[in-house]
Design a protein around this ligand. Structure first.
Ligand code: ZN
Length: 512
């Protein structure tokens, strides 16, 4: 055997550039750690100074990532034939250019105006939601739409595209509103009848055991064991508690997950933990040597969400998973779960029930909540829907799609934080995540013939290896739509998600 030879040295123009971005990412990682601490550990009186710390670091990051020197370095790398000869480096520089141009196109005055308006918007939204007072939030919503329109104009609308594209690009690079619309329309056409059939079905899974009371410390130990078994590396991460579960990829070797527990919420906690674990394993699988550069970053929010949804839903709500997990759960909670059988556990994990609240909805109806938000925010941005008419449009759509009445705006158009914090163009990434997850899952199942048997035996490593190889190791080298097509040999489609849901739900609900 010959000794392993070193990879050829990277071109100087690239090394210099990557060094600067690594420094910026180091500041960003300090910010991420401060934010994690804010959500998990910080005493209440630390809040005011924490805001100052975060704002100071944000300023540093903004200055560095928009500096003319950085722009010149990117140009130098673009002109360097050695960089351009290497496909991965060329892709990395292309993404750096994309980020840089977006950052400098937004005038400083507009950035400041947005920061201020969205901080006020969040505050107004909190109290408006609490008091169920849409009128109090309306001026802020109008401002949000207006500022986003101005930002989209500053970013620039791609040829043949629309304003929404310029915003979507910030969350899901390479995706357009027209493409989202194409895939979502197909999904809606097939999903609505499925949900209707389920609503009419005579058979329903019995999930009565799901609200039995289980001690929270024991649940925490159980969740930790599951996420470790999935392949989340606890030597390079943690699992803690927060009000809203999240995952933060702080730095190489340090990925933080949180979950939340209720004594009567065993299944909810488990699905949150598996969801965040999926995000966390993606972060842990990004190439460390490219930390700070696009090759070390996720390929967009949709692909990130596909990783969490695959572990939460395709794995965590599957029969093979429960073949393995139920005996573990019974051993951990013999008194409370001793009498639960596999059919009951699998059924309880797959209850489909329309609800008013997006974050409480099941994996099938969830997507209708997202499509509604996408259509309404796109219409507001276009000027086709006045923000004042939002509640009426919202309630009508919930009635049509889910067959339920919205009793108040608190449980209607005021329920989500996104618009109050200025995020228009974010929502579709959730359903894109479900679509990517199903399409990738179908491809993985085709390639990994023993996948189900492995999962039933508690061996998740073939799936994680497959994800590492096909998704994680590439970072942001390929835009999400291209990555999906490379791995699955076809463009993004709604068919795999519908096929997956039908296959699983048909026997559970006795559908025809
Ligand atoms: Zn997520």
């Amino acid at each position: 055997m010959t000794a392993k030879t070193d990879a050829p040295p990277l071109p100087d123009s690239y090394t210099t550039l990557a060094g600067i971005l690594r420094e910026v990412a180091t500041i960003t990682s300090a910010q991420a750690l401060l934010s994690w601490d804010q959500e998990t550990m910080m005493p209440p009186r630390g809040a005011a100074f924490r805001a100052t710390q975060l704002a100071t670091l944000s300023g540093l990051v903004h200055d560095r990532s928009t500096s003319p020197e950085l722009g010149e370095m990117i140009s130098a790398a673009e002109a360097d034939p050695d960089v351009q000869a290497d496909e991965a480096l060329a892709a990395s520089v292309r993404e750096m250019r994309r980020d840089y141009d977006r950052a400098v196109r937004l005038p400083g005055s507009l950035v400041r105006e947005m920061t201020e308006a969205f901080a006020l918007g969040m505050e107004a939204w909190r109290s408006a939601r609490e008091r169920n007072d849409f009128a109090a939030f309306l001026p802020h919503l109008e401002k949000t739409v207006d500022l986003n329109r101005r930002a989209a104009e500053a970013y620039g609308v791609p040829e043949g595209g629309e304003l929404y594209d310029a915003l979507l690009e910030g969350y899901e690079p390479g995706m357009t509103a027209a493409e989202v619309d194409r895939v979502f329309s197909g999904l809606r056409a097939d999903l609505a009848p499925l949900i209707h059939e389920i609503a009419e079905a005579a058979t329903r899974p019995d999930d009565a055991f799901a609200d039995r009371r289980l001690s929270i410390p024991d649940q925490q130990a159980f969740n930790r064991a599951v996420v470790e078994r999935m392949g989340f590396d606890m030597e390079a991460g943690r699992l803690d508690v927060s009000t809203h579960p999240f995952c933060s990829g702080i730095a190489p070797g340090d990925t933080r997950l949180t979950s939340r527990y209720r004594e009567d919420g065993f299944l909810d906690a488990l699905s949150s933990t598996m969801h965040e674990g999926g995000h966390g394993m993606y972060e842990q699988g990004l190439p460390e040597q490219h930390f700070g550069a696009p090759l070390g970053e996720a390929a967009g929010l949709g692909i990130h969400e596909s990783q969490s949804r695959m572990w939460e839903n395709m794995v965590g709500r599957s029969r093979p998973f429960w073949e393995w997990a139920l005996p573990q759960a019974k051993a951990a909670f013999p008194e409370q779960l001793g009498d639960v059988d596999l059919d009951a556990a699998f059924g309880a994990a797959n209850v489909v029930q329309p609800t008013l609240i997006r974050v409480e909805s099941d994996e099938a109806t969830y997507n209708l909540h997202i499509m509604l938000r996408f259509d309404l925010e796109r219409a507001m941005l276009k000027g086709d829907l006045a923000p004042a008419d939002l509640p009426e449009a919202w309630n009508e759509r919930i009635r049509a799609d889910l067959g339920i009445e919205v009793p108040d705006d608190r449980r209607g158009c005021l329920q989500d934080v996104h618009w109050s914090m200025g995020a228009i163009g974010y929502f579709p990434t959730y359903t894109l995540g479900n679509l990517y997850a199903a399409q990738l899952w179908a491809a993985a199942r085709e390639e990994l013939t023993d996948l189900d048997a492995g999962i039933a035996a508690g061996d998740f490593s073939p799936l994680l290896r497959w994800l590492r190889e096909n998704i994680h190791q590439h970072g942001r080298r390929f835009p999400a739509p291209e990555l999906c097509e490379r791995v699955t040999q076809r463009p993004l489609s709604h068919d795999p998600l519908i096929g997956y849901l039908r296959e699983k739900l048909t026997p559970l609900y006795g559908l025809g």
